[in-house]
Design a protein around this ligand. Structure first.
Ligand code: HPA
Length: 274
């Protein structure tokens, strides 16, 4: 058996015993911007990543490192409070391990959130952006022997972000009076923020915002046929040499927290429709 499959199997068996018969239908990655959602999960069971066999402790700023299982919008969900980033030095197999474990536990949907910097000049700090497509500039997490039990060697990525879920989310945002941008997310390794020339490059290749996560998780979810929704909170904007502006991680976390309420409300309503 593939070593990765054994790790996934053991972690899923451990979590399953903790879940005590609960059957989550959706996984939610609470990146920067959705922290608030964790407080709204009812009848919550919290399982720190460090307790799960094969899981290292999360280290990124603003990321706690817990699975939280409970009810949201009347549905059973499994939320990840914090994620593993490639820039932390984890191999890609570790970055996507929690997603594969949630897939093993039977989730059918993956809802992903993240903080991002905007190249699109019509976006402002504090805006939410529904991800309609992505450009993956991180190493592809499917490199290596294919895990056939999850999906095919060469997965199609035409509709990585589910069109029906996007449509529902746009309607929910309209109803709630929340401004929702839509665009293409570019992932890069980080941990440096972009130079002005890099922002210009990402814009030129078709990106609207840029961050350091999301795409590995979405690729692995799509490999297994899950339906995916992604949303960024715009925490900073591309800038030029000479602008009186410095990208600052504390400010990014602050901006993400400020957007948390409206993002949580959108996600809750979407989940109620699943
Ligand atoms: N670049 C990369 N990652 C980010 C940014 C950014 O501007 N903002 C939040 N995460």
């Amino acid at each position: 058996m593939d070593k990765r499959a054994i790790v996934i199997e053991e972690a899923a068996a451990f979590l399953s015993s903790w879940l005590d018969g609960r059957k989550p239908i959706a996984g939610i990655i609470l990146g920067s911007g959705l922290g608030e959602l964790a407080n709204e999960i009812e009848e919550a069971i919290t399982i720190p990543y460090v307790m799960v066999p094969g899981f290292p402790a999360a280290t990124a700023v603003g990321h706690k490192g817990n699975f939280i299982c409970g009810k949201l919008g009347g549905k059973c969900v499994l939320a990840m409070q914090g994620r593993y980033h490639y820039y932390e030095g984890y191999p890609m197999d570790t970055v996507v391990l929690p997603i594969r474990v949630m897939i093993k536990l039977g989730i059918k949907y993956l809802l992903v959130s993240n903080a991002a910097g905007a190249m699109n000049k019509s976006f402002s700090i504090g805006d939410l952006m529904l991800i309609r497509d992505h450009i993956n500039l991180l190493p592809n997490p499917l490199i290596g022997p294919n895990l056939d039990e999850f999906g095919p060697r060469f997965p199609d990525m035409t509709c990585a972000y589910d069109l029906d879920l996007q449509d529902r989310m746009l309607k929910i945002a309209k109803k709630q009076g929340v401004k929702l941008q839509r665009g293409v997310y570019v992932s890069c390794t980080g941990p440096t923020y972009e130079t002005p020339a890099e922002y210009a490059f990402y814009k030129a290749i078709g990106g609207d915002d840029v961050g350091m996560s999301v795409t590995p998780e979405v690729i692995v979810a799509r490999h297994a046929g899950l339906r995916v929704l992604g949303m960024s909170v715009i925490t900073d904007v591309a800038h030029e040499v000479g602008d009186d502006y410095v990208t600052d991680e504390n400010e990014i976390v602050r901006q993400a927290d400020l957007a948390s309420k409206k993002m949580t409300s959108l996600f809750r309503e979407l989940i109620s429709t699943l």
